[in-house]
Design a binder for this molecule. Sequence first.
Ligand code: FMN
Length: 316
Amino acid sequence: MQIALAPMEGLVDEILRDVLTRIGGIDWCVTEFIRVSERLLPAATYHKLAPELFNGSRTQAGTPMRVQFLGSDPQCLADNAAFACTLGAPVIDLNFGCPAKTVNKSRGGAVLLKEPELLHAIVREVRRTVPADIPVTAKMRLGFEGKEGALDCARALAEGGASQIVVHARTKVEGYKPPAHWEWVARVQEVVGVPVFANGEVWTLDDWHRCREISGVDDIMLGRGLVSRPGLARQIAAVRAGEAPAEMSWAELQPLLLDFWQQARRKLAPRYAPGRLKQWLAMLTRTYPEAVALFAEVRREQDCERIDRLLMMPSS
Ligand SMILES: Cc1cc2nc3c(=O)[nH]c(=O)nc-3n(C[C@H](O)[C@H](O)[C@H](O)COP(=O)(O)O)c2cc1C
């Protein structure tokens, strides 16, 4: 039974991975996708998107990190994956779910779900090229427009050599619109012999119970739900261990929010740091009334020092 933190480009960067994995309950996390199209990326690109490579491919809390790729050229993906392994990537993950327009125009992400043979070729080539002890895993949506090809895609990934498959239980066209079709996770698990992770629309402990019941799988990947309710993985882990699932309080979260901000100030250009804070804070407003108040104060602020003061003040 595993709980994974979802890869989220532009949101779950090394800073948020660091802070969220400190809370507990997360078994592994993934980098934002690394796009490869025609060349071997330099080591600097990997170190920028996956600085955990300098730390044994673990976050500061010790949570393992996987390196995710997006692309459509089997050989180029395989070469980059093999290079990432020399830099310390412990697992290679392949993204077949990204709905972004630019990504799909240049063939990558969810559009590849129209071509199960290509999915198979990509996974097979990456599997063949990276060292045998490095697992290759995959993440897919249920299809591009319709779901009729979902099982063929899952089979193609498993037969190509993916040792785990995360299913974001929606098509590309469904985007992020609820509901997620967890019953399809069960159908995928029926046709492949490798573990399948359920993903999509799990925001609360109740959602998790329903997702588990409908999907029938134990392994789960949490995205926006975990970003907006950072204690969710810890709550799920507690239930699994037969313990009481305490909510994470605002008081417990506040030092982490401050640390997130301080890291953002250190690692990002001053014009970007406030935006990153607001982005996370906006998601936290779904769970914490205190975040609503703080977000209202911070949202129009661009001055880092004034934001420092707002964050250090205890908000009621
Ligand atoms: C802002 C954003 C960025 C994302 N970036 C990635 C990505 O880089 N790689 C990927 O495989 N999925 C990406 N996803 C999809 C998520 O990993 C996940 O499958 C999706 O959000 C559904 O899970 P959730 O309902 O728990 O958020 C992204 C989603 C969002 C909202």
